[in-house]
Design a protein around this ligand. Structure first.
Ligand code: TRP
Ligand code: SF4
Length: 362
């Protein structure tokens, strides 16, 4: 069982086999211009990605839907979703972004007012700063609590789900409150709303998520089939990305400041976090020079891999030099903290520039 609101370390291979998720490596070679996350195996799984890929190859539009719960700060792990959405946007995707304030209310105790503030200050402004044009006609951002069509659809869809199914998927107990119990239905509606007549009508859909969200994807695909006659839904596809390891080796979390680099961190704070992060280096310099480091177990390397070195060649050089002991952790951390500093300083400027736009989205 996967609990989307309380995820701990998961074994991807095991889950893929258990729930029938396909390997992304099977489709990656047929993508003309795979993005960094695709090329580097950070996207490891998918369901029906090929349906969207066919549309992309024919230069036709499709739907890409994502959502975020406005419950805390946006960290560098969240950037991965933005990077993917940007790629789909470039390929003519109709982009939908749900601000899951109803989910934040029922599972994290955030009021709608708080949710809205967090959405603007943390998420929308960073999305804009990261280069996603939220005002474009192909991009639709909304608050769950303010969308009547969403709540209407969600209520209709809930007619064909019963408590046993919700228990089987989420492990809900008889003490689970009804708002929490209902929350997945809102997310199902988030994913299917774009396929209704008032929006894009039925067409292939992709939802880029972490594996923790797979229960919602399974439920949505099930419900899409049950309502096929009424709405003509195409079952939504999904991709699954690896989570970046936290700086302290537990799960990166918005509520634990030391575990993550936040997009609103000052460059000095971020620099300190990199400098004290756990690496894949050896006990002593001598040992590292002899045996080399372990980039595959290194959080600093992950930052480079996921976010900070766009060139594959340059990244490979770091990998090789770490492995053969010519690059040492001190130097590597210095280079990484310079990169993160530049990235965050640039982002802060862009965030300030786009703040007014963020405030006027809703
Ligand atoms: N449940 C997601 C989270 O915890 C947020 C979300 C809401 C979402 N609606 C969505 C994600 C639709 C993907 C698609 O972050
Ligand atoms: Fe990590 Fe860099 Fe040290 Fe290698 S040299 S273990 S990549 S910090």
């Amino acid at each position: 069982m996967i609990d989307p609101w309380n995820i701990s370390n998961v074994d991807h291979e095991n889950i893929m086999d258990q729930f029938g998720i396909r390997r992304f490596s099977d489709v990656v070679d047929s993508i003309k211009d795979p993005n960094l996350l695709m090329r580097r195996g950070i996207l490891f799984g998918h369901r029906d990605f090929n349906l969207v890929q066919e549309r992309i190859n024919k230069n036709k539009d499709f739907i890409c839907i994502t959502g975020m719960m406005p419950s805390g700060k946006m960290h560098i792990g969240h950037k991965m979703v933005v990077d993917q959405v940007k790629w789909y946007f470039k390929h003519k995707g109709n982009i939908f972004i749900s601000i899951a304030d109803m989910e934040a209310y029922s599972t994290r105790g955030k009021s709608f007012d708080e949710g809205k503030k967090i959405a603007i200050n943390e998420y929308l402004s960073n999305y804009l700063a990261l280069g996603l044009d939220l005002t474009h006609k192909n991009v639709n951002v909304y608050l769950q609590s303010e969308s009547m069509p969403l709540n209407d659809l969600s209520f209709k869809l809930s007619k064909k789900v019963n408590i046993s199914q919700m228990k089987a998927i989420y492990g809900f107990k008889s003490t689970t409150n009804i708002a929490h119990l209902y929350t997945p239905l809102i997310q199902v509606a988030d994913i299917l709303l774009p396929q209704t007549e008032d929006f894009c009508s039925p067409m292939p859909t992709i939802v880029p998520v972490g594996i923790d969200q797979d229960p919602h994807i399974r439920l949505t695909r099930d419900i899409a089939i049950r309502f096929k006659d009424e709405f003509g839904f195409t079952s939504p596809g999904s991709t699954y990305h690896r989570f970046i390891t936290s700086l302290t080796n537990e799960k990166m979390s918005s509520s634990k400041p030391k575990t993550a680099i936040f997009l609103n961190d000052s460059s000095n704070v971020a620099e300190k976090k990199v400098k004290t992060a756990k690496t894949g280096g050896r006990e002593s310099l001598k040992e590292q020079k002899e045996l080399g480091g372990c980039p595959d177990k290194c959080v600093v390397y992950e930052l480079l891999l996921y976010h900070l070195i766009p060139s594959d060649k340059e990244l490979e050089k770091v990998y090789d030099e770490c492995r053969n002991g010519t690059l040492l952790c001190g130097e590597c951390k210095q280079m990484t903290s310079n990169k993160i500093k530049n990235f965050l300083e640039d982002l802060a400027i862009k965030r300030d520039e786009s703040f007014e736009i963020a405030e006027n989205i809703f």
